[in-house]
Design a protein around this ligand. Structure first.
Ligand code: AMP
Length: 187
């Protein structure tokens, strides 16, 4: 299993990635979690990334790619990997393809967890209250959705061109989305 989970912020891809990774013993890499951890540690990367994240912008590709070189699961880590929140730009997708190719590896599926804008706004405003994430306020939500449309939708197109993209309906219950993902594993 060498999967990428794609989807707008609040699509639930992080929740699904955790469930899938635990059930199948695959490495789960969430670049958002790594960055939040770096901010908590007040590391150089955390200091550089913080302002971008608070505005709802993407952290520059150079910083992300450097981080990925350190964190990309290796072949010996479990039964594969799930990438959650990476790649988020066409440039990151090309760099990932190249990095895997150099190791004789490749992505075998990119799953887009599809959720409408209206539903995303409702969910993120709810999450802001529940978790106090500073990037879930309404201006920042709007910016994160713009960034998603402009920079991350091309990533879905990148994998569609390679015949690797599958969409699942992310507006179902957590369990129903999960069942759809499980079905893809046996498809
Ligand atoms: P997430 O938890 O995946 O929604 O990520 C939270 C924030 O971290 C994003 O809004 C970006 O600012 C930053 N981030 C996470 N992953 C990436 C990435 N692959 N490229 C650039 N920025 C990222």
């Amino acid at each position: 299993m060498q999967w990428i989970l794609l989807g707008p912020p609040g699509s639930g891809k992080g929740t699904q990635a955790k469930k899938l990774a635990a059930a199948h013993n695959v490495a789960h890499l969430s670049t958002g979690d790594v960055l939040r951890n770096e901010i908590a540690k007040d590391s150089d990367l955390g200091k550089d990334a913080k302002a971008y994240m608070e505005r709802g912008d993407l952290v520059p590709d150079e910083l992300i790619l450097k981080m990925i070189h350190e964190h990309l699961p290796s072949e010996s880590d479990g039964n594969g990997f799930l990438l959650d929140g990476f790649p988020r730009t066409e440039k990151q997708a090309q760099a990932l393809d190249e990095m895997l190719k150099n190791d004789g590896r490749a992505i075998d599926r990119a799953v887009l967890v599809d959720v409408s804008d209206d539903e995303i706004k409702k969910r993120l405003e709810g999450r802001a209250k529940a978790e106090g994430r500073t990037d879930d306020t309404s201006d920042v939500i709007e910016q994160r959705l713009n960034v998603y449309r402009q920079q991350t939708v091309p990533v879905a197109n990148h994998y569609e061109r390679q015949g690797l993209l599958t969409k699942v309906n992310g507006e179902q219950s957590i369990d129903d989305v999960y069942n759809d993902l499980e079905k893809l594993l046996t498809a």
